[in-house]
Write a protein that binds this ligand. Structure first.
Ligand code: SDX
Length: 385
């Protein structure tokens, strides 16, 4: 075995530049194209932040109006996309519905685009594809939750902007302003986070000059995992297991004795707390008050203080967002699809950045298998034949 240093999980390895966002664990900060995410979440619509991630600058009023007009054009689910979602078993995970729907949208959009040499697309084509997915995902996610509840789909409303329309599509009624604001903040906080596993997956696919849709489908697969995007769903499963704040200590005793990962805690980059958590926790607090559910805050605070005091591992964004989405009324299985709807903006910003770099991503590996050997030394056992 040579003394090659292996960096498992690429932990701590800087593989490229990006101008999309800066995650700084030293200052516990996150900048989207230079803007602190807290400021964006407090002052901007998710549409404006999507524009910022794609273009590098916040939009003028005219540019935002143009994006909103285009987004409205692509909101509706075509009958064939609805039909393909209907072919996904009701007891499949909703991330499989999302992946299936995005695959069909991509296949239709790319049809006739000729050889794979043209799949990568121009910058304009990829921006259009990004907006198409940004606009379609709310209806895909909402349609999935309603069909699992045996409810008919709801048509989008052009008088509602992105966040309010997403809630309308899901629940069939207009959400209160405080709920729209909390949801809008969550989408901005989930939008982008540098080279996380799903974004890097999208960049690897793009680096082969494959198309944007293939990169997004691959990223959806990566995000589904409970160590990554699936954690917000897993947080609610933990809350359901614990039940009330009085049960946190015995539950945690058992969980840690079983060496379980406590979902919603820890992070590969942030080691003293996730910069997004205070903003999302504030949004959760407004929802706890709005829905008069103090017991949610009590459970949240008790588990956090108990786990942090025992392990010194802090909450990540999934910890406050899970209960927030639960209070708003999203099914737990819908949480990670919500993450897709938000992160598709960051993914596509990175896809466009990687496409312009035109550099294949292909790391090395250190071989630790059998030494070289040859067939003439191989004698099959009678039983094998
Ligand atoms: C996201 O990368 C991103 O930016 C992702 C994300 C984004 O916006 O894209 O921020 C979104 O994915 C947030 C993370 C969501 N995942 C979870 O909440 C799942 C639970 N978290 C852990 O699995 C873990 O914290 C990771 C995977 C998130 C990070 O793990 P690391 O950095 O690889 O650290 P590790 O797994 O090597 O843990 C170091 C030690 C271990 O103990 P020992 O084996 O050394 O004794 O800390 C322990 C771990 O067991 N540990 C935990 C823990 N997290 C770390 N123990 C219990 N519960 C946890 N949550």
């Amino acid at each position: 075995m040579t003394d090659t240093e292996i960096k498992k999980g690429l932990a701590g390895v800087v593989v490229d530049y990006t101008a999309v966002s800066k995650v700084n664990p030293e200052t516990n900060s996150l900048l989207y194209r230079g803007y602190p995410v807290q400021e964006l979440a407090a002052t901007q619509s998710f549409e404006a932040v999507a524009y910022l991630l794609w273009h590098g600058e916040l939009p003028t009023d005219v540019q935002l109006a143009q994006l909103r007009a285009t987004e409205r054009q692509y909101r509706a689910l075509s009958p064939d996309v609805r039909a393909v979602i209907d072919h996904v078993p009701l007891d499949a995970h909703p991330m499989d519905e999302v992946r299936t729907a995005v695959s069909l949208i991509g296949a239709k959009d790319l049809a006739g685009s000729g050889s794979v040499m043209d799949a990568g697309g121009t910058a304009d084509e990829n921006l259009a594809r990004s907006i198409r997915l940004f606009a379609a995902l709310p209806a895909i996610v909402a349609y999935g939750q309603r069909r699992r509840r045996g409810l008919e789909p709801v048509e989008s409303r052009d008088d509602l902007d992105y966040a309010a329309n997403f809630l309308w599509l899901t629940f069939g009624k207009e959400a209160d302003e405080v709920v729209v604001d909390a949801f809008n903040r969550s989408m901005i906080l989930y939008a982008e986070h540098s080279f996380n596993a799903s974004t890097f997956t999208a960049r690897v696919v793009t680096s082969t000059l494959s198309d944007l849709y293939s990169a997004v489908v691959a990223a959806i697969g990566a995000l589904k995992g409970p160590l990554h995007g699936g954690a917000n769903e897993a947080v609610l499963h933990i809350f359901d297991e614990i039940g009330t704040a009085s049960n946190v200590v015995p539950w945690l005793d058992t969980a840690l004795a079983e060496k379980r990962k406590i979902m919603g805690f820890g992070h590969r980059v942030y080691k003293r707390g996730d910069s997004r958590v205070p903003t999302m926790k504030a949004a959760l607090d407004t929802l706890v008050e709005h829905y008069d559910r103090p017991e949610v805050a009590e459970l949240y605070d008790t588990l956090e203080s108990e786990f942090v005091s025992r392990k010194g591992i802090y909450p990540n964004l999934d910890y406050p967002s899970g209960p927030a989405y639960n209070l708003i009324g999203f099914d737990t299985l819908t949480f990670t699809p919500l993450f897709v709807a938000a992160r598709v903006t960051g993914w596509t910003a990175h896809i466009m950045e990687q496409a312009s770099a035109n550099a294949l991503i292909r790391p090395l590996s250190e071989y630790n298998g059998p030494d070289e050997r040859h067939i003439d030394g191989y004698v099959p056992d009678e039983a094998v034949l």
